[in-house]
Design a protein around this ligand. Structure first.
Ligand SMILES: CC(C)(COP(=O)(O)OP(=O)(O)OC[C@H]1O[C@@H](n2cnc3c(N)ncnc32)[C@H](O)[C@@H]1OP(=O)(O)O)[C@@H](O)C(=O)NCCC(=O)NCCS
Length: 172
């Protein structure tokens, strides 16, 4: 089973008891404001997407980790690797993505988790390149990408949502 440890966090595969806290995160309009079309997801959609993330781990050997705060055992959200199928012009690519519940924002958790994921991607999995994509106006995500040392590569539009997005890149 793939898991990573950082000073404060455990990044691990998904468990059944992650559904409730992840569904609460996905139901928060402020969290979802800059995700695809900004719509929230319900419990059933969250269960489906967690099942898909688990399948991706099995099929691709990379995926999205559940991010747990070790001190409390609480699920903060996710960070990990996915394929940005919604942006065909940058494929083939592996994208680093993140989403945390609001109580966990502003404490460096996304950056700490994402650093471990990049190490996993570039060193353990031998990837040569990881991209990060955020909607224009998602300044917190852009700040995380900058702190991770990712370089801004281009600005474009995601065809399905029509949202302007910025693509950042980190090369091994
Ligand atoms: C993006 C997200 C994961 C960041 O999580 P986090 O743990 O708060 O991030 P960190 O604390 O590691 O770093 C955030 C940085 O953004 C900065 N920041 C936060 N809000 C900001 C804002 N509105 N404008 C500018 N900078 C902002 C913080 O100051 C910090 O930078 P600093 O360390 O240089 O001060 C979190 O806000 C989130 O889950 N957002 C909703 C989901 C989402 O947008 N996902 C990404 C889709 S691309």
């Amino acid at each position: 089973m793939t898991s990573l440890r950082t000073p404060r966090l455990t990044l691990r595969r998904w468990r059944e008891d992650d559904l409730e806290p992840m569904a609460a995160i996905n139901a928060d309009p402020e969290v979802m404001r800059c995700v695809v079309d900004g719509s929230v997801r319900d419990r059933e959609q969250t269960a489906e997407v967690i099942a898909r993330w688990e399948r991706e781990w099995d099929e691709r050997g990379v995926g999205l980790f559940a991010v747990e705060v070790r001190e409390t055992g609480r699920l903060a959200g996710f960070t990990g690797l996915t394929v940005p199928d919604y942006l065909p012009e940058i494929l083939p690519a592996v994208e680093i993505d993140w989403r945390l519940g609001r109580p966990f924002w502003g404490r460096g958790i996304a950056t700490e988790a994402a650093r471990a994921v990049l190490h996993f991607a570039l060193r353990d999995r031998g990837l040569a390149r990881v991209v990060g994509v955020h909607q224009v106006g998602n300044d917190a995500s852009e700040a995380v990408m900058r702190k991770l040392g990712m370089r801004r590569e281009r600005e474009t539009v995601a065809p399905a949502s029509g949202a302007p997005v910025r693509v950042h890149v980190l090369e091994a």
